[in-house]
Write a protein that binds this ligand. Structure first.
Ligand SMILES: *Cc1c(COP(=O)(O)O)cnc(C)c1O
Length: 393
């Protein structure tokens, strides 16, 4: 089977051809170091500045509030560790959620070992945090709230504006991991009271290994990498010029096509969800029905093992995921699915399909037909399903 149906855009996206094209000259004739004095190279400094401004504009921010990093994980690490260090004299308490990406969760655990106290907020069955629980978790010693904009597994979008307001009313710094949301849905840092925001190029048809951290002017934050004066001395190292140009190009492109893409992808997503729920028995949708990313569908199939499902889908040229790429290979069910209250055996039978700008209705039809067949085959092999049928008789 020759065809490839890529429905794992939450893991990574295809780098857009015009992004690659924009990057190429910075590997070849425009290879100069932006810090050099001669004009051949120093032009690259202006090129970087223009990318910064373009990215800032999309967020309603200013160019000098954008700091380039090596991707989402680095941005998340930086935001938490540097805020903890810079505001550690004010307090030692951080609030986050149980469904964050591991780049946040493992950084929070690291900080706990260094004397910080972390509250991990629960989420409801749709994956949303409760504003009342957030309010009651706040202490005089709370220095940071970090809540992801949208979840990478179940696609649920958080009430970010309200969280930002609560943070601001209490004089607490607010960080959001927007790696999944940025480029997919409109984000305005002022409207949402966001002080820091993480994003990554490869989740929006840009290159891998490049991202940024937005840091609002006035936020005290320590340098993450010491060395040269790059990134306003906060993150030293010769700039990844091709990566930055690729990221800037991808962001401009995503912003220009966002409205149209949201409509197209959410239409196909709903078509996929409606068909799967209607045509495959003992199946549920995970995540919020409407407050969810336009490209995300996440299902649990009872009496089915997620890994077997993925392997059989692969046999039909379909790429999906059973959790996040970072956790596959481990036998633990996803922390996100457990946090929304799924029992282990149901969390194990889960499938995430994330659409992209090139996904077609014809592909979705093929996926639904394949899923019906595969789920049927796997259930016929399942002793649990056999027991279930016997009991039902
Ligand atoms: C992918 C992802 C990250 C990590 O980004 P990288 O650029 O791969 O390091 C962090 N948070 C979320 C929500 C993600 O989806």
């Amino acid at each position: 089977m020759e065809r490839l149906i890529y429905l794992d855009n939450a893991a990574t996206t295809k780098t857009a051809p015009e992004v690659v094209e924009a990057m190429l000259p910075y590997f070849t004739e425009k290879f100069g170091n932006p810090s050099s004095v001669y004009s051949f190279a120093s032009g690259n400094k202006d090129v970087i500045g223009r990318q910064r401004d373009a990215i800032a504009e999309v967020l309603g921010a200013k160019g000098n509030e954008i700091y380039f990093t090596a991707g989402g994980s680095e941005s998340d690490n930086w935001a938490l560790k540097a805020a903890a260090e810079a505001y550690g004299d004010k307090g030692n308490h951080i609030i986050t959620t149980k469904i964050e990406h591991h780049a946040i969760l493992h950084t929070a655990e690291y900080l706990e070992k260094r004397g910080f106290e972390v509250t991990y907020l629960d989420v409801d069955e749709d994956g949303r945090v409760s504003l009342d629980e957030l309010k009651s978790a706040i202490r005089p010693s709370t220095i940071l709230i970090s809540v992801m904009y949208a979840n990478n597994e179940i696609g649920t979008i958080q009430p970010i504006r309200e969280i930002g307001r609560i943070a601001r009313e209490n004089g607490i710094l607010f960080h959001t991991d927007a790696v999944q949301a940025f480029g997919q849905i409109p984000i305005d840092v002022d409207e949402c009271g966001i002080d820091m925001l993480s994003a990554s190029g490869h989740k929006l048809n840009g290159p891998k290994g490049i991202g940024f951290l937005y840091i609002r002017k006035g936020v005290k934050i320590r340098s993450f990498v010491h060395g040269g004066a790059q990134e306003r001395k906060r993150r030293a190292g010769t700039e990844n010029v091709p990566g930055i140009v690729g990221l800037g190009t991808a962001v401009k492109r995503a912003a220009a096509s966002m409205k149209e893409r949201m409509e197209q992808e959410s239409g196909l997503r709903d078509y996929l969800i409606d068909r799967v729920i209607a045509e495959i028995p003992h199946c549920r949708l995970n995540g919020h029905r409407t407050e969810r990313l336009p490209n995300n569908a996440n299902f649990s199939f009872r009496f089915v093992e997620g890994e077997s499902l993925l392997i059989m889908l692969d046999g039909k040229g379909i790429c999906g995921s059973s959790g996040s790429a970072c956790t596959s290979g481990s036998l633990d069910p996803s922390h996100v699915l457990l946090a929304i209250g799924l029992p282990h055996e149901i969390a194990h039978g889960s499938l995430r399909l994330t659409l992209g700008e090139e996904t077609t209705k014809e592909e979705i039809d093929y996926v639904v037909e394949s899923l019906k067949e595969i789920v049927g085959t796997l259930r016929n092999m399942s002793p649990l399903y056999e027991d279930f049928l016997k009991k039902a008789e």
